[in-house]
Design a protein around this ligand. Structure first.
Ligand code: 5GP
Ligand code: ZN
Length: 114
């Protein structure tokens, strides 16, 4: 999609620190990390948000979670724990309108979130 920064990253027209890629997904370090490990997992296919997922996309989120598990193991945060986040819309705090799963770890998270 034109003017989508995550499509630009997926298509390597914009530089990023990619930590995983396969046929369907790309994962890269967040440019403004909120934890020692902060990776974004995105589908190659442009989907605006979690609220725009369709029946055909049902396997996608499971695959994103399985990649999050791998990233957690690789970064040795699988035992101490981590947080997975999907923000949606204004109240959810979504700032990039291309579906993404945050995985954050390496420090103790607080609850409730801000
Ligand atoms: P959201 O607020 O939409 O859930 O999360 C968007 C995330 O994308 C933010 O954590 C932000 O730091 C990250 N981000 C925004 N622009 C870029 C970029 O150009 N490169 C990378 N690697 N991350 C970005
Ligand atoms: Zn996009």
């Amino acid at each position: 999609m034109a003017d989508c920064i995550f499509c630009e990253i997926v298509n390597k027209r914009m530089k990023s620190d990619i930590v995983h890629e396969d046929d369907e997904l790309v994962a890269f370090n967040d440019i403004n990390p909120q934890a020692p490990v902060h990776v974004l997992i995105v589908p190659r296919k442009h989907i605006d948000s979690v609220q725009d997922m369709k029946q055909d996309d049902t396997e996608l989120m499971s695959k994103m979670v399985l990649i999050a598990q791998k990233i957690a193991k690789k970064n040795k945060i699988d035992e101490d724990g981590y947080r997975l986040v999907v923000n949606y819309g204004v109240n959810g705090g979504q700032t990039v309108p291309h579906l993404h799963l945050h995985i954050m770890g390496g420090r103790r998270m607080t609850w409730p979130p801000g």
